[in-house]
Write a protein that binds this ligand. Structure first.
Ligand code: C5P
Length: 232
């Protein structure tokens, strides 16, 4: 199983991200590249960061008709990322097509992880806007189960849901969890948070940590603290 700290590199330009990564002289952290940086800097930023020796989670959350997702995943597989993702709400057919597109000729592929319900969606909005009457945790577990049926490797979820996802989908099914904060740190705009140590205890496989590291006075020390709490 994985067990790693992924740094959410939510920067607006390649210059900022390289300045940040240059701080790490001894280790090569796993890096998450999201839509903001990818749309600003393009696929070249992925190749550059990969060339520097980092593992990459490309967080583009694909959601479209199966054929389009399959072809897009084929393009992403050539970027040689280590993990990428899509929305489970695109259906099992879309997720299966994604796997097909992502799998290279030699049979290898990056890990593929599903977003269940975004943590920004409340149960009330899910009912009113999306007409989903089931409770949030049931919806999340159902989407996770669909992702497993489609052959995906895991889901992005709140650390609070990681235990239940493992119960439903098995301990080999990865849980990738954002919403991580140090016990003595700011929580910012995150609502349901956990410390790295708690995330470890509840069974998260990867934690995604942004501002507690990127906005820290000493980002390298903050990263090391995360690794010590979560991985050791
Ligand atoms: O700065 P912070 O630690 O809050 O960053 C968390 C990262 O995880 C951000 O890149 C955010 O977009 C992402 N994320 C999240 N909640 C989700 C899915 C992704 O916070 N449900």
């Amino acid at each position: 199983m994985g067990k790693d700290v992924i740094i959410a590199c939510d920067f607006a330009s390649d210059k900022e991200v390289f300045e940040f990564l240059d701080l790490f002289t001894e280790e090569k952290p796993y890096v998450k590249i999201g839509m903001e940086l990818f749309y600003a800097a393009g696929p070249e930023i992925v190749r550059e960061i990969k060339k520097r020796g980092h593992k990459i989670f490309l967080d583009l959350k694909l959601h479209d008709i199966p054929n389009t997702v399959k072809k897009s995943m084929r393009v992403l597989s050539k970027l040689d990322v280590d993990m990428c993702n899509l929305h489970a709400s695109g259906t099992i057919a879309m997720m299966k097509a994604a796997i097909e597109g992502l799998t290279r000729e030699d049979g290898t592929r990056p890990l593929l992880i599903a977003v269940t319900q975004l943590t920004s969606t409340s149960e009330e909005r899910m009912k009113k806007d999306l007409l989903i009457d089931a409770p949030m945790d049931e919806t999340v577990l159902h989407y996770a189960h669909n992702a497993k049926l489609a052959g995906l490797d895991g889901v992005v979820c709140s650390p609070l849901e990681a235990g239940k996802v493992h119960e439903r989908c098995g301990s080999e099914f990865y849980t990738v969890t954002p919403g991580v904060r140090f016990a003595d740190g700011d929580i910012g705009d995150q609502v349901r948070v956990m410390t790295p140590a708690q995330a470890k205890e509840i069974g998260s496989d990867y934690i995604v940590v942004g501002r507690p590291i990127t906005a820290a006075e000493d980002p390298v020390a903050a990263y090391r603290r995360c690794v010590k709490e979560f991985c050791d």
